[in-house]
Design a binder for this molecule. Structure first.
Ligand code: GCB
Length: 586
């Protein structure tokens, strides 16, 4: 599936804006009838924080969205497709009362051809959005009932924002169209790159023209056969924080008439792991950056380009070169920006909550069932991997795939659960990029069963916070011991600190440098940096988290998770200036 664009052969109509919304309560809503008790809701955006109404914010179940549109006559003869960039978490789409699409998974796009259902007059588009998470979904949650009300208890540490989070677009093509493009390339010596693009094309055509353009729009090479190899001489490589993007342009013709054309940007770079090092273009790369969230006041997880842009600029300001899309795929627009700016991305599927006896709220920590005998997520897990690799395969910024976060990889069954998923990721990815599964502290080097499957040992460690809270001296002894054991067990695998951090209330100061103060956050990071700077097999540091973010209420979270280097509204805490100094030196 290609990103929707406007060009010589394709039209693009934006369906975002104010939609109607109605909560489905006891009585089921009939998609054939107009919605009755509607409110206005902004699309894109999470629904939760747009109203002054706790019932809406906390509603677990269906939200019915609705909009109406009439198409211009000029495009009526073309093939028409509605594309949702993401609907969180499950969407059933009705056009003029007829069910036309269903999609499970809140962070990847889906689309439907609507030619058989659309009318020349007004059209009614309804989307039934469910925010229910259970033991089959990803992310994984607990679906239960309390006081006669449905409830979703997240098994993860971020707020279960839901709604139509990213743009909804109607685009058109001719009956002959380019369905997908895979840009495979091989870097040879002397700066020569052979590009072997693969195309999925529907319909008939007589001629194909494939071109590679450089950043100034000059044609680098062009060919006229579908299985052509194109050549870039003196390749300008895509480098971290110094990106160079080529464009592959493909056009289809019949009787000299242009039927379809599409441009896909791509960067040329190599990724290797050798001798415990992570190499980009054969040069050692050290990850400096963050685990992030798509999270901002009012819009929740809704796409907002200004926020995405500010985050990118804050990361540049502080000296970061990379981030992880914890704990779900981020917007396509964010990936395009990362390509453009040269950020290196660890791209994560929503494989989070895969630990049945863990919950961010310690009071729920009572269930001791085996995760892998309890959960029914495997099919959905395969789907989210397929959809993410499909969506992001051509992005130069994507350097690593994360197929889960902190699963119960110490419990029996973890290996059998993850082996097919890691294999699937590699099989689907034409670049065979490294695969990781950020590890939870319970899955010690002695107990863990998934580490042998991964290319980098990504450790999420909170020594000095959840372990030896407030006692950094003991904490660092523990951390050193553990890392040593990992290295002894897997001497050939690089290690990365994929999460470490301390909750910090912005503006809270302490002479005694106590936890939650800005001083403690500084001491915490200094202590951790001392340890990881001693170890030459450590390939990077991703701080947890870029910014404070919203979570479900629980005893450890006061107005959300406060481990941000920036506040939720992106003001720096004192630590930000320390990190900037460090990263500008590395
Ligand atoms: C983790 C999780 C992350 C949490 C973080 C924390 O290990 O991966 O989702 O937010 O810890 O702050 O507890």
């Amino acid at each position: 599936m290609l990103y929707p664009v406007l060009n010589q052969t394709r039209n693009l109509i934006d369906l975002t804006g104010m939609w109607n919304v109605e909560l489905e309560k006891k009585e089921a809503i009939d998609p054939a009838l107009p919605l009755k008790n509607t409110l206005l809701v902004a699309v894109p955006g999470s629904i939760n924080d747009q109203f002054v109404d706790e019932e809406i914010r906390e509603h677990a179940g269906n939200f019915w969205y609705e909009t109406n549109f009439t198409l211009p006559q000029t495009i009526y003869d073309q093939r028409k497709v509605i594309r949702f960039s993401s609907v969180t978490h499950e969407a059933t789409v009705y056009l003029n009362g007829v069910k036309v699409a269903h999609h499970i998974g809140g962070f990847t796009p889906f689309e439907v051809e609507i030619d058989s259902f659309v009318t020349e007059g007004p059209n009614n588009l309804k989307v039934c959005v469910s925010n229910i998470l259970d033991e089959s979904t990803l992310p994984c949650g607990i679906h239960t009932e309390k006081n006669g009300k449905q409830k979703v208890i997240p098994r993860f540490d971020f707020y279960n924002y839901s709604g139509i989070h990213r743009p909804v677009k109607l685009y058109t093509t001719n009956q002959t169209y380019i369905k997908d493009i895979v840009i495979d390339y091989h870097c040879k010596d002397n700066g020569r790159t052979e590009v072997a693009p693969m195309f999925e094309i529907e319909g008939s055509y007589e001629e194909i023209e494939i071109k590679i353009l450089d950043e100034s729009g000059q044609v680098v090479d062009s060919q006229k056969a579908i299985d052509s190899h194109l050549v870039i001489e003196d390749t300008k490589l895509w480098q971290p924080l110094n990106a160079y993007l080529y464009t592959l342009e493909v056009s289809l013709f019949k009787n000299g008439q242009l039927l379809d054309t599409y441009k896909e940007a791509f960067g040329v770079r190599t990724i290797k792991i050798e001798n415990n090092k992570f190499l980009i273009n054969d040069k050692e790369f050290y990850f400096k950056g963050f685990g992030k969230h798509e999270d901002f006041p009012v819009i929740g997880k809704g796409l907002n380009s200004a926020v995405t842009n500010l985050d990118k600029n804050l990361m540049k300001w502080i000296g970061a070169n990379s981030f992880r899309t914890s704990h779900y795929p981020y917007s396509e627009e964010e990936m395009q920006l990362a390509d453009r700016e040269g950020f290196v991305v660890i791209n994560e599927v929503p494989g989070v909550g895969l630990f049945t006896n863990f919950h961010a709220d310690v009071n729920l920590n009572t269930n001791d069932k085996n995760t892998w005998e309890t959960l029914k997520t495997h099919q959905n897990h395969k789907n989210v991997i397929k959809e993410l690799v499909q969506r992001d395969k051509n992005h130069a910024c994507v350097a690593v795939w994360a197929v889960a976060n902190e699963p119960a990889s110490h419990q029996q069954g973890a290996y059998d659960y993850f082996k097919p998923l890691v294999d699937l990721t590699k099989q689907l990815d034409h670049q065979k990029r490294p695969v990781v599964i950020p590890n939870i502290v319970n899955a010690t080097p002695e107990l863990d069963q998934a580490a042998e499957l991964v290319d980098i040992l990504c450790l999420n460690r909170y020594y000095g916070w959840y372990i030896d809270h407030g006692d950094l001296e003991s904490a660092m002894i523990g951390l050193r011991n553990e890392i040593k054991k990992w290295h002894e067990k897997y001497p050939e695998k690089p290690i990365m600190f994929s999460e470490f951090g301390a909750d910090t209330v912005s503006g809270l100061h302490s002479l005694y440098r106590t936890p939650y103060s800005e001083e403690y956050q500084i001491d915490f990071y200094k202590a951790n940096f001392n340890v990881l700077d001693e170890l030459d097999y450590v390939i990077g540091e991703h701080l947890w988290n870029f910014a404070d973010f919203e979570t479900a209420p629980n005893i450890r979270r006061i107005d959300g998770n406060k481990k941000g280097i920036f506040t939720r509204d992106r003001r720096p805490k004192s630590i930000a200036f320390e990190i900037k100094k460090r990263w500008e030196m590395i």
